[in-house]
Design a protein around this ligand. Structure first.
Ligand code: SF4
Length: 152
């Protein structure tokens, strides 16, 4: 699948991707779900993953429904991969999702982000432009492209 509707440069590229939510099992301790409200891990009454959107995969672990078997797509993913997409439970999403950085979000690539995008025909994300990139682009008359990898 190709990205027919690329994001404006300033927009979060995850909002037009979603590929990682269809590639990896998302599993976590059951206390992250609403069953664990007040038990541990998260504040009592705080954000918990709706347990009905999860399934047990072991005595202490749950997985987001749709991510424990193929074809894989998280039940909370809403929209079209590579176009317009979002997480229906973004504010209460589980820790594996919170801790999964997109490539270059923390200043370094994430191979699993890159692999997810490539599987859908999307280019890996690149590092943000540097001032020298802007100078070079201005000199060359080419606009900066912060969402494309500069070394390929
Ligand atoms: S919970 Fe949200 S962020 Fe996590 S895999 Fe599902 S759709 Fe993606």
């Amino acid at each position: 699948m190709t990205n027919e509707h690329p994001s404006p440069p300033d927009e979060n590229p995850c909002l037009s991707c979603g590929a990682c939510c269809t590639r990896y099992r998302v599993s976590f301790h059951w206390t992250e779900t609403t069953l664990g409200d007040g038990v541990a891990r998260r504040e009592p009454g705080g954000p918990h993953v709706p347990v009905e959107l999860t399934e047990p995969i072991g005595p202490h672990r749950q997985a987001m429904r749709g991510t424990a078997s193929y074809p894989l797509r998280c039940v909370a993913l809403v929209g079209e991969i590579g176009c317009s997409i979002g997480c229906a439970i973004h504010s209460v999403r589980p820790s594996p999702c919170r801790e999964f950085p997109r490539s270059w979000e923390n200043g370094e690539p994430n191979d699993r982000c890159d692999a997810s995008r490539i599987a859908f025909g999307l280019p890996p994300l690149g590092p943000p432009p540097t001032p020298s990139d802007s100078e070079n682009d201005t000199q060359a008359g080419v606009p900066a492209t912060p969402n494309s990898r500069s070394n390929v």
